[in-house]
Design a protein around this ligand. Structure first.
Ligand SMILES: *Cc1c(COP(=O)(O)O)cnc(C)c1O
Length: 349
């Protein structure tokens, strides 16, 4: 089989949720963000593992993701929709017991008119200028929105991955100014915000990337391993080129392995000539261009040719691969392709 194997360690995922849960005081609830198919790792298995670890509240980006998660989890856990209540979502929100985070006066009106009495939350903009009601809009609607009994008021930090950024304190102050005295449970922190410390935690935290082993959660357990099978090896003589546009030429006689996996699988073309694959503890450099389905690797120095090489594993984390590609771990994870054989590891710990 030439299909590459993506191993997802659900025990490590659960350990990361518990560690982030312990990072806040016992009265603070820890939710789990599983938008974008649980950051590319599979919302059904990831959602179930997190529910088993103790998560009672989940966040997704859009109602359809909420529907998929409800199917995986069954009734009980609260599923919050960050995009709020969009036109066309009403039946899904009602039938599947989803909780929209209302972002605008339009959404407030839609929700309170179409589904009066059904749960909702409110998202406020405290300076990121992306989603949520701004101060003036919130001031105008707050009396009757609070009267309707929101489950939660939330906002999102723009610069939480940089603890020294002045924006963190500014948004914190804005959040206090907009929500103090409302008596409604509040949430401001994602992974980065949790690490900023207790004053950012409020009543509920919303970690995403840290669950999946990504920065800025330095001490997270690694969740993902990606192994690419070697399809073929060949001797390349000094002076011969490898791959599209002949961007690499052997300086000496070399043994080149062609592995299965390429930019169609989320192994970005910007990794060309830069990434390292690993045979256990031994690094093997990528040579030439990353193609759609294939990557060429110099394995001249290996005494035995293995069946596969790892591109994500103990020696190269999602963030390290992202760094080489000039992006962030989030983008590497959510780009992981549909073609992999996905293997979920569970119950080992
Ligand atoms: C994506 C997202 C999160 C999770 O952020 P991480 O940085 O992955 O922990 C939390 N809240 C909101 C509003 C988000 O969009």
């Amino acid at each position: 089989m030439a299909t590459a194997t993506l191993s997802i360690d659900l025990d490590a995922l659960a350990a990361n949720w518990r560690a982030l849960d312990r990072a806040s005081a016992s009265g603070v609830q820890t939710a789990a963000v599983v938008k974008a198919d649980a950051y590319g790792l599979g919302i059904t298995r990831v959602g179930r593992a997190l529910a088993q670890a103790g998560a009672r509240r989940f966040f997704v980006a859009v109602a359809e993701e909420g529907a998929a998660l409800r199917q995986a989890l069954g009734p009980g856990p609260q599923i919050c929709i960050l995009s709020g209540h969009m036109a066309g979502d009403t039946d899904m929100i009602h039938d599947l017991d989803l909780t929209p985070m209302l972002n605008s006066l339009d959404q407030v009106t839609r929700h309170l008119e179409s589904l009066p009495g059904l749960p909702f939350g409110v998202q406020l903009d405290t300076g990121m200028n992306r989603l949520g009601m701004e101060e003036a809009e919130w001031e105008a609607v707050a009396p009757f929105v609070l009267e309707a009994g929101p489950e939660m008021i939330m906002s999102h930090l723009a610069c939480a991955d940089d603890p020294d950024h002045a924006m963190n304190e500014l948004q914190l102050a804005n959040f206090h100014a907009m929500t103090d005295g409302t008596g409604v449970p509040r949430s401001l922190a994602a992974t980065g915000g949790i690490l900023l410390g207790p004053k950012f935690h409020f009543d509920l935290t919303r970690p995403g990337i840290g669950l999946y082993g990504g920065q800025p959660f330095e001490s997270s357990a690694r969740v993902v391993t990606l192994s690419l099978p070697i399809i073929q090896t060949r001797n390349v003589q000094a002076g011969e080129p490898v791959g599209y546009s002949c961007t690499w030429t052997a300086e000496e006689d070399a043994l080149i392995a062609t592995v299965s996996g390429g930019y169609a699988d989320g192994l970005l073309r910007s990794l060309s000539g830069k990434a390292i694959l690993w045979d256990g503890d031994t690094p093997c450099p990528v040579v030439g261009r990353v193609s759609m389905d294939l990557i060429t690797v110099d394995v001249t120095h290996l005494s035995q040719i293995p069946r596969s090489l790892d591109i994500l594993g103990p020696h190269q984390t999602v963030d390290e691969l992202a760094e080489i590609a000039g992006t962030i771990g989030y983008e590497i994870l959510t780009s992981l392709g549909a073609r992999y054989q996905r293997r979920y590891i569970e119950g080992v710990a």
